[in-house]
Write a protein that binds this ligand. Structure first.
Ligand SMILES: [Mn+2]
Length: 307
């Protein structure tokens, strides 16, 4: 269970600046409309909603040198970085409400900076259909929401890799990717070459979610800062249609619940991103509601009291 007295700080980042489809900019409001704050408070958690960050509009331009909107992406990520870092410095648990997944650059660079200062080992759980390990040379589209893990590992433009002051912000060895089932051709080689630990859907099919999560959580201890970067497209498209890049063949509702509950069982989650929710593609806010149910499990909601 999460330390009950720690305050959760909701940070809205209403932008789709790095996305391939418009609409993730409405994600923070959809989570609020689904009842995020009141639901978490009903479990005894203390939640403060800091409202939404402000950043540049989405100019919706084609890529330049392999990046779309690099200046705007950098501006948003600097703002996210500062907000997440300030929550951690205040002793609160930041929950970033995306917004597209490029914003994990700002969020996780802030978490990594905090961990360096506190001497905490960092483990990043990257729940996603996609590896998000593209570079300007590998990307077929220039959309930076396909690049944050590579950028955090030091592969990208200095405007992004330098956010947080240390490049690379994290080592690939800090990351465990879960649910992956859509990786671009060039990206596949780069993932392998970088030694990223990926529990793809085939692994989950063969081993089951329980053994997958045991492996992904192996080696964490009482000092570990566990960061969860939850791309809502991690979920099977049948239960989560409201995302910009839905991919079939993802974890079922029950598999996703088990994943979240096993993370909660560690008691080590100290920061969270909920990303890529796209209300423009959703059906009656149902994907936001599913995402919220899974967030409840991340914070320790379970069917019965467990020992
Ligand atoms: Mn993603």
């Amino acid at each position: 269970m999460t330390r009950p007295m720690q305050q959760i700080r909701l940070i809205g980042a209403p932008t789709d600046i790095g996305a391939s489809t418009r609409g993730a900019s409405m994600g923070p409001e959809a989570l609020r409309v689904a009842g995020l704050q009141a639901t978490l408070e009903s479990h005894g958690l203390r939640v403060l909603d800091h409202g939404n960050l402000i950043g540049p509009a989405n100019p919706w331009q084609p890529p330049v040198n392999g990046y779309r909107h690099l200046a705007e992406v950098a501006a948003w990520n600097r703002t996210v970085h500062d907000a997440v870092y300030s929550a951690l410095t205040a002793g609160e648990m930041p929950m970033l409400l995306g917004g597209d997944h490029c914003l994990a650059i700002g969020s996780i660079s802030a978490v990594a900076r905090h961990c360096r200062q506190m001497g905490h080992p960092l483990r990043v759980l990257w729940l996603d259909a996609h590896a998000d390990f593209n570079t300007h040379a590998l990307t077929p589209t220039g959309n930076t929401h396909g690049m944050p893990v590579a950028v955090l590992c030091g592969h990208g433009p200095p405007e992004l890799t330098g956010i947080g002051g240390t490049c690379p912000a994290i080592q690939p060895s800090a990351v465990r990717q879960i649910g992956i089932r859509s990786v671009d051709e060039g990206e596949k080689h780069f993932v392998r070459q970088s030694g990223l630990q990926v529990f793809d859907m085939r692994y989950i099919d063969e081993m089951g979610m329980k053994r997958t999560m045991k492996a992904a959580l192996a080696g964490i201890d009482e000092n570990t800062h566990l960061h969860v970067s939850f791309d809502v497209d991690f979920l099977d498209a049948v239960i989560a249609p409201g995302v910009g890049t839905a991919v079939k063949g993802g974890p079922t509702y029950r598999e996703a619940q088990l994943c979240m509950e096993m993370i909660a069982d560690t008691g080590r989650m100290a920061s969270l991103d909920v990303m890529e929710l796209n209300p423009a593609l959703d059906v009656r806010n149902g994907t936001a509601e599913v995402a919220l149910e899974l967030v409840e499990s991340l914070f320790g909601k379970s069917t019965l009291m467990r020992r």
